[in-house]
Design a protein around this ligand. Sequence first.
Ligand code: AMP
Ligand code: GLY
Length: 428
Amino acid sequence: MNVLILGSGGREHAFAWKIAQSKQLENLYIAPGNAGTALCGTNVAIQVNDFEAIKKLVWEKGIDLVLVGPEDPLVNGIHDFFLNDDVLKDVAVIGPKKDGALIEGSKDFSKRLMEKYKIPTASFMSFTKNNLEEGYKFLETLKPPYVLKADGLAAGKGVLILDDLNEAKTELKNMLLDAKFGNASATVVIEEFLHGIELSVFVLTDGKSYKILPAAKDYKRIGEGDKGLNTGGMGAVSPVAFADKDFIKKVEEKVVIPTINGLRSEGIDYRGFIFVGLMNCNGEPFVIEYNCRMGDPETEVVIPRIKSDLLDLLDGVAKQTLHEKTFEVINETATTVVLVSGGYPEDYEKGKVVKGLDSIKESQVFHSGTILKNDEVLTSGGRVFAITSFSNSIEGAVNKSMKAAQQIQYDKKYYRKDIGQDLINWKN
Ligand code: AMP
Ligand code: GLY
């Protein structure tokens, strides 16, 4: 098979690394890719939302399967674009059509889906500028902290959690009347605050059957001890001690099966990944959000833990034969530690020369924000690398990642040194 992966982060490098190991692969292309994906296949300088340029590439290279990494092209309808085009309609696209991508593209849609199919989630109500006063009244019925969510995509910044009622009312007004997040906050979901511990569960589905992939915990804040600004993710661990077999069984029965059946009942033929962001509240799963893609950096621990041929599984998704595929997981612990550019998630410098990559022997380095220039690897983004290691314990895996984090050098490197520490002595 000839495969095209869309995207340029650590997630896409992890996909490329895994698919490059498949016996079914002929040629692998990544658009636009990074300095790491260039080691697994051929990078092509096309942006993920340039559907016409992607069409030309798919046609020229005889691509059989397109794996869409980020949510943007999915929400913008890349899968629909393929299906509506005579040249592209038989090319497999992994990732939902516009209707399915709404699970991430609209919080209001996803909450209504959960409500209709009795999937456990925080109680909620949605508001627009036409019923702002009712929004204030609803806030008054809730206990702090108050959770306000812009309905649409807001570059990961559309969720506000506020302790003060008046501040919550002001922010609701800012979102609805003053377009704080542009059109994304024309509708706002207000919901009950859930107390518990967060984790992510990933599902691969062909719309009928599914495989539950390994669960992971992400470390979202920039600072150690989960302090400071939110980031795309500073590290991840899989498996997660507080998501044991019994808990995952509950997730399967109460969340995964009703979600897949619910999407089908709504007439949505969903083929791709579902990222379920969950809160474990005293052993019970509650859905915080869905994403229509894999997580980053979670992919960098989840995909390496899959023993089976990923391309074979994706082929099963495209042909709706996923139920025939075996799915095996590696039982060891994987951790990933993200190296970022100093200043991230605010302003940071790019173009720093990276040294020391060749000295890493015990870990797999996935590139995120890197480019190749005259045979040198340069930093080109906020998150630069995700260093993944395996061991039979979290300590063992994290120690390897930390050692590699020291060996990689570039100006203003920063990383969290406490990834996984909270899980080391975890007792359920
Ligand atoms: P989301 O974009 O929906 O994932 O929200 C961003 C983050 O806000 C989540 O990862 C949670 O940490 C937090 N969050 C969202 N909704 C809730 C909720 N109902 N209760 C507690 N925390 C929440
Ligand atoms: N790491 C969280 C995300 O990919 O959205």
